[in-house]
Design a protein around this ligand. Sequence first.
Ligand SMILES: C[S@@+](CC[C@H](N)C(=O)[O-])C[C@H]1O[C@@H](n2cnc3c(N)ncnc32)[C@H](O)[C@@H]1O
Length: 292
Amino acid sequence: MAVELQTQTQSHYDRYPFIEGGENRIAWWRAYLRDFLPDEHIAGRTVIDVGSGIGEISRGLIDRGARLTSLDVSLQSLNRCREINPEATVYHGSALKLPFGDETFDHAISIGVLHHTPDCRQGFHEVARVTAPGGTVVVFLYNFWSVYNPIFQAFKPLKRLIPLDRVPLWMIRTLQPFARTHLGQRLSDDQLRRLLGDKLWTPQATFHSVAQVRRWGAEEGLRMVGRKRFYLGYANVMCFEKDGTLRPESRKVTLRCVRCNSIPMLQDDRGYRCDACQQRYDVDGGIVRCPM
Ligand SMILES: C[S@@+](CC[C@H](N)C(=O)[O-])C[C@H]1O[C@@H](n2cnc3c(N)ncnc32)[C@H](O)[C@@H]1O
């Protein structure tokens, strides 16, 4: 069931990658995340963007000196991510089974992703697990206590009836005012359809209160240190610090096999191979392909 849901989500975002807002959106997120991840905190540091999509938020962090790893379940999105972020290391994999060792990244972000997975709590655990002591974790999750939650539930029968590519243009265009106030820009019909795809036609979305996510944080050794309500409160952006002191310098990112949890992974001319179970992680088009 969970595997099937993840496959549906993967196909959905392969067909309708999240809207590309371009320089506007990149600049907006670059500034927005500064409160949680100031320049001096991330320059030269390893940061993972879990569910990077086409990588516009990754771009903003790279511009501020971070050493980025981007991971997503949608290969189409990652192909674009590679173009936008040639400096990043890119993985095709699942947020629910990150192919990395414990505490390997200095900081982690996951913006608008974990609520689309079959198990948001497991995704949160994975993001916390790969973050180093003293590191920062920023997550954006849909708000349980928002009007968007009942709207999403109400649309479920309609989206089963009308596939996204058949939603009439007039309906798509009703999103334009939302796009203009929320994203500060006019979107094309294609972008609006993708926005609708992410907000209402996506196979899975779950909703979470701040209290719930704060509790998850405590269970993972993360302390909530900041939070912002996102656009009319339909989501919360929450910032955590992991217990401990951040190491003085970043370390090389450690890969871990998602099949047998073993380290090390050996590098060869095709990519990587697990030394224990021999599972391959080939690199194709500059993207490391992980089993899911
Ligand atoms: C709304 S988009 C956000 C993309 C990006 N964070 C941004 O804000 O530009 C959601 C992304 O989550 C990805 N996603 C959904 N389920 C995932 C999973 N299990 N593992 C990794 N990525 C996933 C989708 O492919 C999609 O790119």
